[in-house]
Design a protein around this ligand. Structure first.
Ligand code: SF4
Length: 453
């Protein structure tokens, strides 16, 4: 998640320039952290408690963000090979292998500077078992303390008072004392609340940006463009003035696009037609991100909503961080992360997006790496088609392993999916029936061909 493409430095929007500077400053701060005596905490995107870290002057490092940035910069294949050489199986989540490989290759971060070793690993466990294994591996390498926040899974789609109290108790008893010990100071609850108020401001503006996609044409792409929009709020900046200003500027820029009836930016400039409105479930592929995006934008397909862009916080269902209930609100945030939701709740959310954003179709990108996302997706496909009457498509790729991005295969599937939409809308001739999706991984390209068909 860095600044959006297709724009020269001079033509970048204010929000893009701000995000670029924020990222650069953060990595410079990390590069100087050890010499300046600053402490560093590695933690995950879903269920992050960034405001708490910020209130204690701790600098966060998010391994998933480093992995995806390595993927976008075409460095992940080498890092994954490094991890596989060290014995990590082909089946392991490629974010993990990319991170391990990066660490073994000198821990050089996305901007080319060395990342500092962690002073603490903060494991916020929100539904993905891999998080636990990942930090077990990092613990062996770094030999630093680990604090764990166990977040109960939302099996029934509800946060009960007991669940909230259980998380708050862990924050008070385990997590805050562990962070205070590393920081060498006590938590100031007023400072935490100040940061949470800034988070709520940013969240309000981000929801306005998501909801702009109800317009025709949608002024945003809520998946490919959306991953840039969530950069600050999902990573190290939630609860900062900079993030609040970034979302204010972004909202103003998008409001202007709505007024001018302009479509979203794409890798090839501004979209000039909106032929298909899609909802997408599942993370994107990062190693061929722009090629993947172009497969949509060149067909006139705009993604009006996606679940991946909710993985670090589900604000459009009403949640906001609440400065008057700091710890309870952090607990509710962690409990409400997309990775922590059961299948029925995920289905309801997708159904709502399809209806609210008047989608012509929905697409599932099933990534090899992520069981947390991919489990149950074929069932979701069937159920969503039954419930909405809107056609669904199914493709397979991976997060940061280029061996699993079969360009021709994905392109063929997408084109037949769009023909199905055309046929439903009587735009063209009825297509040949699309073969049903195969069980996960069967149709992947041959490993070792560099992702080329
Ligand atoms: S399996 Fe999925 S949720 Fe878990 S660490 Fe990997 S990418 Fe993240």
């Amino acid at each position: 998640m860095s600044e959006t493409p297709a724009t020269s430095e001079e033509s970048k929007d204010k929000s893009q320039l701000r995000q670029k500077r924020m990222i650069a400053d953060h990595f410079e701060n990390l590069a100087r952290a050890k010499s300046e005596g600053k402490k560093v905490v590695y933690t995950f995107v879903p269920g992050n408690v960034t405001e708490l870290l910020g209130a204690l002057d701790l600098l966060p490092v998010l391994p998933e963000i480093n992995a995806l940035q390595s993927g976008m910069r075409k460095r992940s294949a080498g890092y994954i090979a490094e991890a596989e050489k060290a014995g990590h199986s082909e089946d392991v989540c490629t974010y993990v292998k990319c991170d391990i490989g990066m660490m073994k290759s000198g821990n050089i971060g996305p901007t080319g500077t060395k990342l500092p070793n962690p002073d603490l690993l903060l494991l916020s466990y929100t539904g993905c078992f891999t998080f636990m294994k990942w930090f077990e591996l990092l613990k062996q390498e770094y030999d630093c303390p680990v604090a764990m926040l166990h977040v109960p899974y939302q099996t029934d789609g509800k946060i009960t008072p007991e669940m909230r109290a259980y998380v708050v108790e862990q924050l008070q008893r385990d997590v805050i004392p562990a962070l205070e010990k590393v920081a060498g100071k006590k938590l100031d609850l007023n400072e935490l609340s100040r940061r949470l108020a800034l988070s709520a401001r940013a969240e309000e503006d981000l929801v306005r940006v998501w909801e702009s996609a109800r317009h025709r044409p949608s002024p945003i792409d809520g998946y490919f463009g959306g991953v840039y929009y969530v950069g600050p709020i999902f990573s190290s900046f939630r609860g900062t003035e900079d993030a609040a200003l970034y979302y204010q500027e972004l909202r103003e820029e998008i409001d202007e696009r709505v007024r001018e009836r302009r479509g979203p930016m794409t890798p090839d400039g501004e979209a000039t037609r909106e032929k298909y409105r899609l909802v997408v479930e599942g993370p994107p592929n990062w190693t061929s991100f722009h090629d993947f995006w172009r497969m949509f934008s060149r067909e006139g397909a705009t993604v009006v909503a996606s679940t991946y862009t909710r993985v670090g916080g589900l604000y459009d269902t009403g949640f906001r961080h609440d400065p008057s209930r700091p710890l309870e609100s952090l607990a509710e945030y962690c409990l409400g992360c997309y990775t922590n939701l059961g299948l029925p709740t995920r289905l309801e959310l997708l159904e709502r997006y399809i209806r609210d954003y008047q989608a012509d179709g929905f697409l599932i990108n099933s990534v090899k790496s992520c069981n947390s996302f991919s489990v149950g997706q074929l069932l979701m496909l069937r159920k969503l088609e039954e419930r909405t009457g809107v056609p669904g498509g199914f493709i397979e790729s991976d997060l940061v392993d280029p061996r699993y991005f079969g360009k021709a295969n994905i392109e063929n599937r997408l084109q037949s999916f769009m023909q199905v939409i055309d046929a439903r809308q009587n735009r063209g001739q009825p297509p040949e029936p699309t073969p049903p999706p195969q069980p996960h991984r069967v149709s992947l390209p041959v490993i070792g061909n560099g992702g080329q068909p």
